[in-house]
Structure formats: structure tokens, C-alpha cells
Design a protein around this ligand. Sequence first.
Ligand code: HEM
Ligand SMILES: *[C@@H]1O[C@H](CO)[C@@H](O)[C@H](O)[C@H]1NC(C)=O
Ligand SMILES: *[C@@H]1O[C@H](CO)[C@@H](O)[C@H](O)[C@H]1NC(C)=O
Length: 325
Amino acid sequence: MALTSVFFKNHGINLALVLLILLNIGNSSAQLSADFYSKSCPQLFTTVKSVVHKAIQREARMGASLLRLFFHDCFVNGCDASVLLDDTSSFTGEKRAVPNLNSARGFDVVDKIKSAVEKVCPGVVSCADALAIAARDSVVILGGPNWGVKLGRRDARTASQAAANNSIPPPTSNLNSLISRFNALGLSTKDMVALSGSHTIGQARCTSFRARIYNETNLDRSLAKTRQGNCPRPNGVGDNNLAPLDQTPTTFDNNYFNSLLNRRGLLHSDQQLFNGGSTDSIVRTYSKNMDVFKSDFAVAMIKMGDIRPLTGSNGEIRKNCRRLN
Ligand code: HEM
Ligand SMILES: *[C@@H]1O[C@H](CO)[C@@H](O)[C@H](O)[C@H]1NC(C)=O
Ligand SMILES: *[C@@H]1O[C@H](CO)[C@@H](O)[C@H](O)[C@H]1NC(C)=O
């Protein structure tokens, strides 16, 4: 500490700047930028948005599914489109990992986005970037905040089912585990709560909330009864039956946080955020103030999108998001 301050005093502001630049070289996300394709693919944003818009018009849930795909990409060895790779006879991808099997969806829409982008700028835009833009567009179309998506990611030449099994938090997680998993990826506790606000849109399968609706007591009785009506108690019966994650599953609002205050979180992990612990105050803030939630959410999405991207000459620009070139 004493050493560094002497250092700065003697060499002044220029040296401090050089040090800052050096520190940034170790951080590959510093290479992502909002204007990465502004010369090479000026039609990129309108092209992606038009496909996402059509997909959400056809099925409103698709916005939620695309947002979740981006999360499941970024949490497994970084935002590198690894989640999009299909299995082959010699290769096991992430699609059949526990958190994705019978659950992750939207791959066909990603294909449509990629084909449309390939038509206007062949071989230029990565699948990882296309997914990052699609997630943002989905949030905007469903009423959520907008943000400038940082770009320049490249696509992985590999995927890891083991990492997908282990890196995506399960709905049985308790608060400490949620906090530490997000912290390990550079996301703060506040980021974790804001990002969990994604559950303001979309659906969950019975198997993801069965234990909660039959066994947990920090759950509104009438919601438990209603959800039990379409989610039978025995394991294996109605596992894929769906229920909305909050009361307004096609609107990106702060109703998810109001639900938590009323003990109406659907997943065990949802209610952990408001269960007498350290995140209660953040949930209260977001339930009272939609704008604070939306702005924290946008900040946290940019941070999540910065997780370990492949840049420069690493990885590749896949032609088809489902397979290596
Ligand atoms: C905090 C830890 C998290 C846990 C434990 C968790 C868990 C889950 C589970 C179990 C489902 C239902 C899956 C199913 O039953 O098929 C789900 C759905 C969803 N999750 Fe999360 N999630 C978390 C964080 C996030 C984050 C950070 C995002 C996005 C940034 C996100 C976005 C979504 C969306 C949009 C859906 C609905 C998807 C659809 O309807 O297709 N989740 N999540
Ligand atoms: C992922 O988990 C599933 C279910 O437990 C298991 O069958 C599969 O072998 C796991 N994959 C790896 C690579 O560990
Ligand atoms: C509820 O908890 C009991 C005791 O831990 C367990 O045996 C049972 O399988 C649980 N029920 C559900 C639906 O998860």
C-alpha cells in the first residue's frame, strides 16, 4: 500500500494510466464493445430484432426461453455459444445436461436468427453474440429495460456436459449457495437478485417445484393448492406440466418481487431471496421501485455477458450454431 502510493506520487498520472491499461489486458471482456460490428454488419440489430419479434408474436414464452438460454450459455465456461452445440456420435454437448434436458428451448429460433444474419453478413457474427442480442431484444419486447449489448465474442469449439451439470444453480439452492455461485463468476449479491428477476417471465416444470409445493411452509397456502392441482405428488407423474414463474409471465415487470414478499415464489431458490436473510432488503427495494430493478437488471446483464468470452483469434465464427465449422 505504502509502496504503491510512493510509486504514483513519483511518476504521476501517466504511470497510473499505464497500470490501468496493463491490468485490463488480463481481462478479455475489455475487448467486447457495442460497435464491434458497426462496419462489418450494420444490419445486425434490425435483423436479429425482427426474427425475435416474430418468434415472440407466435409464442410469448419464447422471450423467456431465449433469455434463459443466454444465462445457461454464460454460466458454463463463459458466453461462448457452447450451449447451442448438438450432440454427435463422438461428442456430448450441454443440451442433455440436467439443467437443460426437457427444459432449455428456443434453439430453433436461434437457428432462424443465425440464418437471417448469415444472409446479410455471411461469416461475420458469432452465435454467442447473436444470442446476447436476442436475450436483450426479448427483454425489451416484453416490457423490460434496454441496454447496449457488448459484442465481439467468438464461438467455442467445444462444450462440456459436466460443466453444465455443475455450473448452473439448481432450484434447490439455498441463499448462501446462490450468492457464492454468482460471486465466483464476478457477479455481486445484488446482481444475483436482479438477475433472478428474470423469473418475472416464463414457466417452470412441475419437477422444478414439486418438493416446494408439497413440503415447504414459507409458501402461500392458496398458491400451493393451485399449483398442486397441475403437479401431482408422485415423482414421474406430470413432471413436465408447466406453471408460470410469477403472476404475469409474459410481462417483464417487478411483480416477481411482489410475489416473493407474499411468499408466492414458485421455486425454492426464488423464495430464498426473501426468507429472513441478507437479500430481503434488495427484494423490498425492487418490489417498491420498478425503475431501480430495471436499471440494476440491465447493469447485471452486461456483467453476465462479460463472463469469459472468447475473443481475438480464439474459437471461431460458427456457420451453423449447432455444429463446429
Ligand atoms: C439464481 C439462480 C437461478 C435458478 C436456481 C434458476 C432456476 C430456474 C428453473 C428451475 C427454471 C425452470 C426450468 C424448468 O422447469 O424447465 C427457470 C426458468 C427460467 N429462468 Fe432461471 N434460474 C436462476 C437464474 C436465472 C437467471 C440469472 C436468468 C436470466 C438472466 C434466468 C432466466 C430464466 C427464465 C427466463 C426462465 C423461464 C424459461 C422459459 O419459460 O422457457 N434464471 N430457472
Ligand atoms: C450429467 O448428469 C447426468 C444426470 O445425473 C448424468 O447422467 C451425466 O452423466 C452427467 N454428465 C457428465 C459428463 O458428468
Ligand atoms: C417431502 O419430504 C419428505 C421427507 O423429507 C420426502 O420423503 C418427500 O419425498 C418429500 N415430498 C416431495 C413431493 O418432495
